[in-house]
Design a protein around this ligand. Structure first.
Ligand SMILES: Nc1nc2c(c(=O)[nH]1)N[C@H]1C(S)=C(S)[C@@H](COP(=O)(O)O)O[C@H]1N2
Ligand SMILES: [Mo]
Length: 397
């Protein structure tokens, strides 16, 4: 090609007024910390938090909604099982909020990658990241709002949170598979890929990771006391405090909210339906052989507290109705006017357990109205939502 020469004498261009044109320039990111090592280091912890959150979430889901074949075989032991798994579910979910924010901050420059799609593979990879980010943000956000019982959306929390958990889990696995080479190269400070990063970034990265760890620690320390009683003094941020509430125990749904009144209880009878149905007045129920159990209420929202419960063994009430010991399941109905937890199904393992009570007392006092007077269910290793209050009817099945 002939070389173009700048003409020696150029004609001056006519001067036009300059009109500023908004430039859609992608922002510039000069490396520091928006790199694969940071993403891997944070992603590792985020992955662990999500994995624990997912598994404990599944446990919670299947304890609440077991398939028919499983319903009678759910384990009633260990008594603190659900307390532990749900405490972990909430703690890892809260930690994931911090980790997710830092992770998104570390990788957000990739939003501005040009060209946006290089190939079909690249397009699919970006799409999977978009799904992952959307699902992860949705999960931690809906979970957080559920803890404070705020539902600014038209759908039911439980089935949607459950369904999106699978989407999140699937897209995380896909993400790990796609990023496996990067993850391997940046797994540790001395990995091959990491050595290629500018060395002067290392102190900054260490500070970022330390700050992230401190933030996770702070969030955990100020909330975990809601379930882990030894740390309850530090429980400053959780909406419910282990020993704040009537009879020293929190209340989620009050009697007022459930439409249960002292007046409505005057004519209370326990109806037991089964091969040999019967009804009992409160005095007759109180006169039956009593049993005690020290068991936690472990709410799905994360708080849990152990208490001393006293009442009548459910297995005794079932046997009296002619239910076969060891194979009878029970449907429990509450006086509550409406609500998702008015009717509760209990599988045979729980019914049979000597610690499962129709409780009449809490920490030695008669149940207060907010705790389910005159009678409530308390069973080992079960979500709080199934510890039905204001019970008036048992159906042996
Ligand atoms: N009938 C009925 N029982 C119920 C509920 C309810 O809404 N209705 N809430 C449950 C929930 S979510 C929890 S965590 C426990 C809390 O028991 P407490 O209020 O005595 O602490 O009660 C359970 N029993
Ligand atoms: Mo709950």
């Amino acid at each position: 090609m002939p070389k173009l020469r700048t003409p020696r004498f150029s004609v001056p261009k006519p001067r036009l007024p300059r009109i500023p044109v908004p430039q859609l320039q992608p922002p510039e990111f000069n490396g520091r910390l928006h790199d694969a090592r940071t993403a891997t280091a944070i992603g590792r912890w985020l992955g662990i938090a999500f994995a624990v959150c997912f598994v404990t979430g599944l446990i919670s889901h299947y304890l609440q909604h077991p398939p028919d074949w499983l319903a009678d075989h759910l384990p009633a032991r260990p008594t603190w099982g659900y307390r532990l798994t749900q405490g972990l579910h909430i703690a890892t979910g809260l930690a994931a909020i911090v980790l997710l924010l830092v992770k998104l901050w570390a990788v957000y420059p990739r939003l501005f990658v040009r060209p946006p799609v290089r190939s079909v593979r690249h397009g699919l990879e970006r799409l999977s990241v978009a799904v992952l980010v959307a699902a992860a943000v949705f999960q931690v956000l809906t979970g957080l709002l559920n803890i404070v019982e705020w539902y600014p959306w038209p759908f039911f929390f439980v089935p949607v949170h459950f369904a999106v958990a699978w989407i999140a889990a699937g897209s995380i696995l896909l993400h790990i598979a796609v990023k496996a080479p990067d993850i391997r190269a940046h797994w540790s400070r001395s990995s091959a890929g990491t050595r290629e990063l500018p060395a002067e970034d290392a102190p900054d990265r260490r500070s970022l990771l330390l700050a992230t760890g401190a933030a996770v620690g702070a969030v955990t320390l100020t909330t975990v006391g809601q379930a882990f009683t030894p740390l309850k003094a530090f429980d400053l941020l959780a909406p419910r405090h282990p020993d704040r509430g009537p009879q020293g125990l929190p209340v989620n749904r009050t009697a007022v909210a459930a439409g249960v009144t002292e007046r409505g209880l005057r004519a209370w009878r326990l109806e037991v339906v089964g091969p040999r149905p019967y009804t009992l007045t409160l005095d007759a129920l109180r006169a039956l052989p009593r049993a005690g159990a020290r068991l936690p209420i472990a709410c799905v929202e994360g708080w849990s507290v152990e208490a001393d419960w006293g009442g009548v063994r459910l297995s005794d009430l079932v046997a009296r109705a002619g239910g076969r010991p060891g194979s009878a399941a029970v449907r429990v109905t509450s006086l509550e006017v409406s609500g998702s937890y008015r009717v509760m199904e209990m599988g045979a393992e729980y019914v049979e357990d000597p610690l499962t009570l129709l409780a009449l007392t809490l920490n030695g006092q008669p149940l207060s109205l907010d705790h389910g007077a005159p009678a409530r269910i308390i069973a080992p290793n079960r979500p709080g939502v199934l510890q039905t209050k204001w019970v008036y009817r048992l159906e042996v099945r």
